[in-house]
Design a protein around this ligand. Structure first.
Ligand SMILES: C[S@@+](CC[C@H](N)C(=O)[O-])C[C@H]1O[C@@H](n2cnc3c(N)ncnc32)[C@H](O)[C@@H]1O
Length: 404
């Protein structure tokens, strides 16, 4: 009998948020990675809590028809991808199920969600954070671990970044960036000696420290400067796809007053400014000083834009967001970080906007905030979901809420 034959076998149930599926073992809930609903798999337990177990599928006894050979040889070992073993169309079905389930469970909303496809499904990651361990190995992190998997080439990384920077950095993260205009840079806290500069990856200034470098991005007629460590949408199609979805959802007219909250370097602000025209007003609120600085450069030519550098919650509570809109807010766009906008919701609802367009990278945070907004005079109108992070369990949603 081999070692793995000692391991337990489970029947795998539905997909759950986070890249795993739910199974039961001796009455306990087990979250199993590297599997699919309907499969029978042998599992190795990786973690136990008082409420549930975590496990990895190590042998598939009955495969799902949606299972494919992972294109990446590091799948299962490297923590970067969750769904390399799943056909891309089935990945989108799984993500749609997760979004529906979160809406149902946290906001009481019954809705089927179809996740829209974006290509490419490999070679899409224009920002990749590699990690260097204390032995000088640079690679990607193992799932739920600080250990580094020595990866020669990451298949979801953009071709411009796929080769792992083969430098001996100080221990810590190394962020590699390639922009839509083809500029590349590496952002790291370690000092990068000039003679080790990789073929164009570290620019000719030699020493590069986090936040100092920037790249230029181009989206449907607008140019944006983004500091190396600042936020920018990762999939090459993301910035244009989300800007279009936000504009379609916002239904902004000439002369409208709009708040763009968690605005980053001003991606949505620029398109909203076009839509409201010179007689309208857009306030762009961003908390990160670097993002705000970039936004100032990106938007300075747009007279109808006001910029606030402040935490969104504070700018709503102290009235500066509404003040910058001369006391009138017709539409709000918000694109908070993964944790959502829980603290901002009460004051957000008091702005009195007719529509809220909520861009969310975590469906659980979105569903929680939609539930809170439902209690404050809004209802979910449309919801679109996009496969902006193929091979991973992440999904982006654009939800439109209307005042009731
Ligand atoms: C998901 S990004 C969205 C940026 C922008 N909408 C875009 O698409 O490029 C979220 C942004 O919110 C900012 N942020 C996070 N928490 C914040 C807060 N409490 N107040 C203001 N900005 C915040 C981050 O610095 C980041 O730029």
């Amino acid at each position: 009998m081999t070692e793995s034959e000692d391991l337990p076998v489970v029947e795998v149930g539905p997909v759950a948020h986070g890249g795993h599926c739910v199974a039961r073992l001796d009455g306990q809930v087990v979250f199993v990675r590297h599997t699919l609903p309907g499969e029978t798999v042998r599992v190795r337990i990786t973690d136990r809590t008082s409420r549930f177990l975590r496990a990895d599928a190590v042998e598939v006894l009955e495969p799902s028809p949606d299972r494919v050979e992972p294109p990446c040889p590091y799948a299962g070992d490297c923590g970067g991808c969750d769904f390399q073993h799943v056909d891309p169309a089935a990945q989108r079905r799984l993500l749609g199920t997760v979004v529906s389930e979160q809406l149902q469970r946290l906001a009481g909303i019954e809705r089927d969600v179809e996740v829209e496809e974006l290509s490419p499904v490999l070679g899409w990651r224009t920002r990749t954070t590699y990690t260097t361990d204390r032995h000088g190995r640079t690679g990607l992190r193992r799932h739920r671990s600080h250990e580094v998997v020595d990866v020669e080439r990451c298949l979801i990384a953009h071709p411009g970044l796929a080769e792992v920077p083969a430098l001996s950095w100080d221990p810590g993260p190394v962020e590699a960036v390639v922009s839509s205009t083809g500029e590349r840079l590496v952002v790291t806290d370690s000092r990068v000696p000039r003679d080790l500069a990789l073929d164009g990856l570290v620019d000719s200034n030699g020493h590069r420290r986090a936040g100092r470098a920037h790249v230029r991005e181009h989206v449907s007629g607008h140019d944006f400067r983004v500091s190396g460590s600042g936020f920018w949408q990762v999939h090459p199609q993301a910035a244009a796809t989300l800007s279009d979805a936000v504009l379609a959802g916002a239904q902004v007219g000439v002369g409208d007053h709009v708040a763009d909250l968690y605005a980053g370097v001003g991606l949505f602000t620029a398109f909203l400014a076009d839509a409201v025209g010179e007689t309208g007003r857009v306030v762009s609120v961003e908390g990160d000083p670097g993002g705000h600085r970039d936004a100032r450069r990106n938007l300075h030519h747009l007279e109808q834009v006001r910029l606030l550098k402040a935490p969104v919650e504070r700018s709503l509570r102290d009235g500066s967001t509404l003040g910058a809109l001369d006391g009138r807010c017709d539409v709000v766009v918000l694109d908070p970080p993964r944790t959502g906008a829980k603290k901002a919701v009460p004051d957000l609802a008091r702005l009195g906007a007719r529509r809220l367009v909520y861009v969310a990278c975590d469906p659980a945070a979105l569903a929680r905030d939609v539930a809170a907004l439902q209690e404050r005079g809004y209802r979910l109108d449309s919801l679109r979901a996009f496969a902006l992070f193929p091979m991973t369990h992440h999904v982006e949603c654009v939800a439109v809420l209307v005042s009731t």
